[in-house]
Ligand binder design. Sequence first.
Ligand code: ADE
Length: 246
Amino acid sequence: MRVDVLSAVPALLKSPFEHSIMGRAQARGLLEVHVHDLRDWSDDSRHRQIDDYAYGGGAGMVLQIGPVYRAIEALRSERKYDEVVYLSPDGQLLDQALANRMSLKGNLILLCGHYKGVDERIRTELVTMEISIGDYVLSGGELAAAVLVDALGRLIPGVLNDETSALSDSFQDGLVAPPVYTRPAEFMGWGIPDVLLSGDHPKIEAWRLEQARKRTAERRPELLNQSDEVPRAKPGPQGDATAPST
Ligand code: ADE
């Protein structure tokens, strides 16, 4: 997958893709992330300005269409893109089902907004989809773009060491993930469930499924009613379509 991010503040995106799983995905050639400075396509080569006052007045500057149009054209002259995504709080809400669908795309352009907003013609004429990472307003789309790339990148086969581990993520089967423990088995008198030390794997899987269901019912009951809408990665241990695949 190749992702080209267009930003007015590219420095904000320098570090998120360099480390850990995203860094490894790029080192392995499974993911390419290119961050571009929209100012490189400014109308005004001297001041590299890319925003202007809103027609009709009002506070706040608006991202101009010219730099965005030229940036997209320059990228499109090199390769085909599946989507031009605008990160915006009024876009389609990102969830695991959307991340799964987006991870199947080849090349994406992500446009990060800033200022008061972007010229509406960018949204109507250039952008093909709009995504929000939650019902709150960030100062710009950069952190949202980083969240989106991380959520998609880890789903690319081969990115995670254990390829099945993305399948057992919370939400992947319409349930949140069950609790996990590691050594030591006892710390300050706090133990771990005996079943995990039993070596009985069918019993452990059944316990994990029960815990995932219990946790989902307690913390995110609305997911239980939506679970039919989540694309299944694979059936769970008992062939139960809502089971977490571990
Ligand atoms: N830009 C500002 N806020 C945002 C949000 N919640 N999601 C995506 N992009 C944004």
